[in-house]
Design a protein around this ligand. Structure first.
Ligand code: ARG
Length: 566
């Protein structure tokens, strides 16, 4: 319909192109202002007339050319020209659009590859709430881009290399035991790491020992590598438990250690590009011209660092996946790091670095003053938060619906979904506050609310008998305000997914899910669904069925699995 209105305006408004009109056209906030509105402010300058007069003139032109069949009325309202589409025509157009199972998806990405570097926790450290955010946001971006036809490589750039492993090896050899590491896993590795720092304060020689062991790792010493490898396996096992709970997977677990034999090549390439300079024994790329601190490439002892391995990873990915874009989802404190690394790649003569490498920062998790249970040592593991959400939902189900089948399974999806939704509902750069009372609420702008709406659709659908999703529909049953509102909301889905991708912003999808759920609940309050008349009933149920599919698809884009009953 929008296209038609744009063409109609273009025919009667020679001073603007269809493209310009399309950018100006608005959807009014309330139905009494029509279905589409065209603001005339911008024309006032060029035409040297007051906007209401321009609106009246366009209206006149349209009328004298003959108002098209599908239009009910064209009305001047201040500086706006409002278009009212004939309800039946509009409902018909919207319905045929939303009936398409492919609503929400597109082919725009076919033939293009996006790499997403996300989650990437650090070996021997806890998978904390910040890592939970990158995991949830990265996974949602993966779903969103896939929906638009892109080929996506999901990359977990584990923090599994660096001087900290020298420290861990020293601490383990001095104060650790195999049984403790086996039984307590990451917690024990973290204890050893903290202990190392306490002891090194008293005895600085320990730092030299640690450097020695990391150097041994880089040299390929078998003993050093086998201890390190064991720490990696233990950590990965715990990380994978969290991924399993979240229902998320990766295509590659290529952590920093994967690039350890590729950093010499980075140094060679940076040198050949004439960018490498020396500073206090270290090798750097000077970035003062770009108002940035230098990018460190090699430390004065010749070892590589985080940035060196990121450079190696960029070249590896470009060569192996030939990405159009490589996205990095991390906390905003890594902004400078990525600006530096991306700049170095660009200065090496790679034009594609300019918009091919994108850092996607997000805000902090604030715990909203509420106590989250934590393990010893007061560190919060993401896994514990998820499990706590699941168990709280399990209690609510036990109270409200004790006879429900698969209570554990339902609690898992609703509990985990609640945490995911809470994370994605606000713009990612904003801090996420964590309040159980809010995020587990079945009303309000929450995951459980959307899931409850979905389950309600499913339960109604189970009760109707002769529903035929393919039957011809008499749209006059769907022209009331609530049905039209719901149809319009649903019809935004594809545009919503595209916007979320363009802005790297899953919150656009989360907000859409809430808007659809609210529009449906309004529709359901004012319209009876299971009415006597079969044609009317079929139309009403069809709209419910479409809503159900869109809610399911939208939640899936966030990484949330729907349940049929709750
Ligand atoms: N391991 C890092 C951290 O926990 C995140 C790594 C992000 N990815 C990258 N290619 N640098 O902060």
């Amino acid at each position: 319909m929008k296209e038609q209105i744009i063409n109609l305006l273009a025919d009667n408004l020679p001073s603007l192109t269809a493209q310009e009109i399309s950018e100006l056209i608005e959807i009014p906030p309330t139905p009494d202002m029509g279905d589409y509105a065209f603001p005339c402010f911008r024309l006032a300058k060029t035409l040297r007339k007051a906007p209401p007069m321009i609106a009246a003139e366009i209206k006149g032109a349209i009328e004298s050319a003959g108002i098209p069949e599908y239009i009910q009325e064209v009305r001047v309202a201040g500086a706006y020209l409002n278009f009212f589409i004939k309800k039946e025509v509009f409902a018909e157009a919207l319905l045929s659009q939303v009936r398409d199972e492919k609503l929400g998806s597109s082919e725009e990405g076919v033939g293009h590859t996006i790499c997403i570097d996300y989650s990437s926790p650090n070996v021997a450290k806890n998978f904390h709430v910040g890592h939970l955010r990158t995991t949830i946001i990265g996974n949602s971006l993966y779903k969103i881009y896939s929906k638009l036809g892109y080929h996506v490589e999901r990359i977990n750039h584990l923090g599994d290399w660096g001087t900290q492993f020298g420290k861990l090896i020293v601490a383990y050899k001095k104060w650790g035991s195999e049984e403790d590491v086996k039984s307590k896993g990451i917690e024990e590795l973290m204890r050893l790491y903290v202990l190392f720092h306490q002891e090194a304060d008293k005895d600085p020689a320990l730092e030299d020992e640690a450097r020695f062991w990391f150097a041994e790792m880089e040299r390929g010493n078998e003993e050093a590598l086998s201890i390190w490898q064991w720490f990696v396996e233990i950590s990965l096992e715990e990380f994978k438990r969290t991924y399993k709970l979240l229902g998320m997977e990766f295509d590659h677990y290529t952590g920093e250690s994967f690039y350890r034999d590729k950093t010499d090549d980075v140094v060679r390439r940076v040198t050949e590009a004439g960018l490498l300079s020396e500073s206090e024994g270290a090798k750097i790329v000077d970035l003062s011209e770009y108002d940035m601190a230098p990018c460190l490439i090699l430390k004065n002892d010749g070892s590589s660092i985080y940035a060196t391995r990121d450079l190696a990873a960029i070249f590896y990915r470009k060569e192996n996946y030939n990405f159009d874009k490589c996205l990095y989802v991390t906390g905003q404190e890594q902004r400078l790091h990525f600006r530096q690394v991306f700049k170095v790649v660009e200065l090496m003569g790679n034009e594609w670095a300019k918009d091919g490498l994108v850092h996607i920062p997000y805000g902090l998790v604030s715990l909203g003053g509420e106590k989250l249970s934590s393990r010893d040592g007061n560190v919060i593991f993401a896994e514990d938060i998820l499990l706590e959400a699941v168990s709280k939902i399990r209690e609510i189900i036990e109270q409200k619906n004790p006879d429900l089948e698969d209570k554990d399974e339902v609690a898992k999806h609703v509990g985990v979904g609640a945490v995911i939704f809470n994370d994605l509902y606000n713009q990612r750069i904003k801090d996420v506050s964590f309040r159980w009372e809010h995020l587990l609420n079945f009303e309000g702008e929450t995951g459980p609310y959307v899931q409850y709406t979905y389950a309600r659709c499913s339960s109604i659908l189970r009760k109707v008998s002769d529903y035929d999703p393919n039957a011809d529909v008499d749209v006059s049953f769907l022209t009331d305000e609530a049905s039209m509102g719901l149809l319009k909301e649903l019809s935004r889905f594809t545009a919503v997914v595209k916007e979320a991708a363009n802005r790297y912003e899953p919150s656009v999808v989360a907000r859409f899910a809430i808007a659809v759920a609210q529009a449906f609940n309004h529709y359901y309050t004012v319209n009876r669904i299971n009415v006597e008349d079969p044609a009317e009933r079929n139309a009403r149920v069809l709209l419910l069925d479409i809503t159900r599919r869109v809610l399911r698809d939208a939640l899936d884009l966030l990484g949330i699995t729907c349940v049929e009953q709750m």
